[in-house]
Ligand binder design. Sequence first.
Ligand code: NDP
Length: 283
Amino acid sequence: SKKSLTVLGLGDMGSALVRSWLAVGYAVTVWNRSARPAPEGAVVASTVADAVAANSLVVVCLLDDASVRATLDGIDLTGRDIVNLTTSTPAEARTLSDWIAVRGGRFLDGGIMAVPSMIGVADSGGYVFYSGSAELHETHAEALAVPAGVTYVGADAGFAALYDIALLSAMWGMFAGATHAFALIRAEDISPVEFAPLLVGYQQAMAGYAYGTAAQLASGDYAEGVESNLAMMVTTNGTLLRTAAEQGVSPELLTPFMALMERRVAEGGGKESTTGVVDLLRR
Ligand code: NDP
């Protein structure tokens, strides 16, 4: 029989997912709350119940957790395999997993680490974190591999969301740093286009710093292998702040992290790297 699945949600991401399955020959049944043009070749269901009844594999890609609940409420999920690709929190994913189990379905949560233009494109670098039912993940391994790479991170339904949000949160830190750097050079006659490769190259070179943080967190020795000690870095922060003042740039993107570095030095962490800040945040 022909491979088939249902997709709920025809937003930018839902539509991209649908197109990727259609492109490799899946029969795809779709549903969207409001009338939207469906990708060519998809079968449009007029109700959620019809869409869910059409296939055992049901992929959900809606705005947020609340919209998933609103959509699936009252629907018979007996024997359904629900794959939720809607961005949510870990706790929301765990609660949804239980909610679906009570209604007779199996549940896999996903966090998409890609934008729609990367979906269904081989070697785009995009992938999806999955967690929850290992059986569901194995049963549908072939279908799940179609839109993007698959990274299964365990049976805890909250882990895909946790990994997803951890990476997104790290991204803001990186964007914040680049934003401040552009602000510093902006007042001068410096081309941002010529500055960009220097900025990107440095950020790429420094990204590996996280491996050192990980090794120290694992060993518990935060002074292990340190070649840039925290006391020195805190002194350098003064130079960063004076430079911001000279250039007429607000330091507000930098100061929260700097304040935490200072607190760790004040607590005796001057010979460490920045790893101890992880513990400060967890208090
Ligand atoms: P869009 O804004 O393009 O689409 C939102 C979808 O959610 C539409 O189908 C909309 O239906 C539906 N919806 C909103 N509220 C409700 C509701 N109360 N009940 C039923 N349906 C509802 O978003 P995307 O497709 O871009 O994103 C979908 C998910 O994918 C999000 O969780 C997002 O975080 C995630 N994602 C998106 C990425 C991206 O780059 N786009 C990247 C990674 C993850 P209607 O047409 O009726 O409004």
